[in-house]
Design a protein around this ligand. Sequence first.
Ligand SMILES: [Ca+2]
Ligand SMILES: [Ca+2]
Ligand SMILES: [Ca+2]
Length: 304
Amino acid sequence: MSSVVISSSFNFLSDQDWDWEVSTATPSNIAIFNGPYLQTFAGSFVYDANGTVFGTTTSSSFYFNNALVYSVSGMSADATQLQIFASTYGDTQQTYAYVLKGNDSIKGSVGNDVLLGYAGDDTVDGGSGIDTAVYRGNLANYTLTKGAGGYTVRDNSVTDGTDTLTNVERLQFANAKLAIDLEGNAGTTAKILAAVFGAPSVANKEYVGIGLNLLDGGMSYENLMQLAINVKLGANATNTEVVNLLYTNLVGTPPGVADLAYFRDMLDQGVFTQASLGVIAAETSLNQGNVDLVGLSLTGIEFI
Ligand SMILES: [Ca+2]
Ligand SMILES: [Ca+2]
Ligand SMILES: [Ca+2]
């Protein structure tokens, strides 16, 4: 079992193909570098006359500009095999898959990470940030289960094992992406879509993707609500139009005269803005029921 701790935002899908130079080669340590990149290995090593290394690597760290990016401990990796990987271009994924082929623990950084456990039953904790767990097969080959503290993702064809995920917001499969942060930006997106465009619009992967992208980028709930209202009704929609829209999407029928006047007056008098009334509407249990937020938390929401 390997234990990976990521110190600064990292993407397992990024390539790590450099023309390494060796700066240290002792019986217990190897260091290779290229420009700002430094990878160190600890273990027990012997070398033959050609410079081929034999032995076992037990830990490794990767640095960029002298800052630690990730550390892997608890490894038991064949040093000769790692040397072949390091000296071959285009096999970053094979390298990671080799090191992480067992039941591993992967801990993300405080930033946004793209994480992959490869084969075995892995424990993935994204930490803070918007974190994505990557699976190499199609969505239909996996079973997603919501537990108390997070999700498990089981590969029905066994290759990727059964992973336990915490603090992971997104899943990426070969053919689909899922947002599982229903208590975070995915939930906010679903609630806005339901209130403004109607509950069926949560199946619109493009709309979901736009909402997630804006919220992940720091847009506030109210600002995204106003943007959605503008898209739906055009800029500068009247207060009557906004009340009609929200009411109809929540209740299923347009408001009666009294209800329309009540909510429109609140907007006219500045008790609420269109956006803040929209957020109140989105947060109602009626709206959350319409979009089946509980059901979505079991399946995630597909987006592009
Ligand atoms: Ca993270
Ligand atoms: Ca693994
Ligand atoms: Ca796995």
